[in-house]
Ligand binder design. Structure first.
Ligand code: FES
Ligand SMILES: [Fe+2]
Length: 418
């Protein structure tokens, strides 16, 4: 039996050159070497080379309903403010004061005509310009030199993406796709009905890998499997004749409703979008398969919309049904710690207790998230073992994981440069 080489690099010594060496000797279609999943030094480089250079899903436009509304998000060590300015545009800034660097907005969200630093009360307008610095900085103090540092920000079909890099990678095709596929949802006029935040004691790549396959679903997700069908489309070699018939029937129906469904992939598997049927007779990811919200989203008139699946690497996956849309966001916290934020969106006019019961809305994915947390945490514990060595992915059951790991390795190599 051939033995796959075990990593012999001390985690503490991981640097950019060591990462290049490990990427160059990577065994195709295998899990990565141990430091990618547990090293503190490699985590910092992940934050600098992936999370600070790629587009990151940061929030939803409906969370910024008015001029001056803001939300905050931490991308690695960098806190960011995202706000709606006086022209109703969504903009992002580094959440660090240009005086002595204090974090400015401390809460998760709020609304204010100005951003006032809590330390010495320097104040910035919604364009990020410094408008007040007291009188103590001297007569020749030039406020125009101390605006907040801007961050690239794009909205797409109701989603907000930010990029900390000076020159962000391309995103236009995906923005166009999102506008097209999400038009029926009218997400600007949706609301976050429920939000959950959990911490998984696992590296962010293990969390994403776990999400990219349903090889584990049969053994772990009884609630989810009440409505979910595993296959993305009828090209999946595992799909059954019954599934292919259902796909044909549902696609003809969606066509009649002018609802987009075709599979679309962009930027080397960074972005995938497809609408796929739920189990026949089910309309939503609930325990009984019935809608969780009586008021449907956007312009839908039928609940029979299957699920619009959207992937955005490195940090988001989504399921959009006819009655609610579930957006998942991952934010790495440490080498073995990841925050998973789940938002359940419904029509903004849906009334809690009348149109939807929040507990019913969240039940299936609360259970599924908890099950996935256990799986990822167990994965982390085993990967930390001195007996761990890279293992093979199944090309039929784990192609989604292979796509993710390939994307990650390509982006890491490209961003590290020569
Ligand atoms: S650090 Fe913000 S006002 Fe001083
Ligand atoms: Fe899962």
């Amino acid at each position: 039996m051939t033995k796959v080489p075990v990593t012999h690099i001390d985690n503490a010594l991981i640097d950019r050159e060591a990462i290049k060496t490990m990427l160059a000797r990577r065994i195709p279609d295998h899990t990565l070497e141990q430091p990618f999943y547990n090293s503190e030094a490699l985590f910092r480089i992940d934050m600098e080379e992936i999370f600070a250079k790629e587009w990151i899903f940061a929030g939803m436009t409906c969370e910024l309903p008015k001029k001056g509304s803001f939300v905050t998000v931490d991308i690695g060590l960098s806190p960011i403010i995202i706000l709606r300015d006086n022209n109703n545009d969504v903009r992002a800034f580094h959440n660090t004061c240009r005086h002595r660097g204090s974090k400015i907005c401390l809460g998760a969200k709020g609304k204010s005509p100005k951003l006032v630093c809590p330390y010495h009360q320097w104040a910035y307008d919604l364009d990020g310009e410094l408008v007040f610095a007291g009188s103590d900085m001297g007569d020749d103090f030039d406020k125009s030199r101390y605006s907040l540092s801007p961050v690239h920000c794009r909205t797409a079909g109701g989603y907000i993406f930010v990029c900390l890099a000076e020159n962000p990678p391309p995103i236009d095709d995906f923005v166009n796709d999102m506008n097209y596929y999400l038009e029926p949802y009218d997400l600007d006029n949706a609301k976050v009905a429920v939000q959950s935040e959990i911490i998984e004691k696992a590296n962010w790549k293990l969390v994403v890998e776990n999400n990219r396959e349903c090889y584990h679903c049969d053994g772990s997700h009884p609630e989810l499997l009440k409505s979910l069908l595993e296959w993305d489309d009828d090209n999946d070699p595992r799909s059954t004749p019954e599934f292919r018939d259902l796909v044909k029937k549902m696609q003809a129906f969606w066509e009649s409703q002018d609802v987009p469904y075709k599979f679309q992939m962009r930027y080397e598997n960074r972005n995938r979008i497809v609408r796929t049927p739920l189990k026949e007779g089910t309309h939503s990811m609930t325990m009984d398969g019935k809608v969780a919200c009586k008021k449907l989203m956007g312009r839908f008139t039928s609940p029979d919309m299957g699920a619009l699946r959207i992937l955005h690497l490195p940090n988001s996956w989504n399921h959009g049904m006819g009655d609610n849309l579930i957006a998942f966001q991952i934010l790495p916290v440490g080498p073995q710690e990841t925050k998973v934020i789940t938002r359940w969106l419904v029509h903004k006019d849906a009334v809690e207790g009348v149109d939807y019961d929040p507990n019913n809305l969240r039940h299936v994915w609360d259970a599924t998230n908890a099950q996935d947390r256990t799986l990822s945490e167990n994965n982390q514990l085993g990967v930390n073992s001195m007996g761990y060595q890279p293992g093979p992915y199944s090309k039929t059951f784990e192609f989604g994981v292979i796509n993710f790991v390939n994307w990650y390795c390509e982006r890491m190599a490209a961003n590290l440069g020569e």
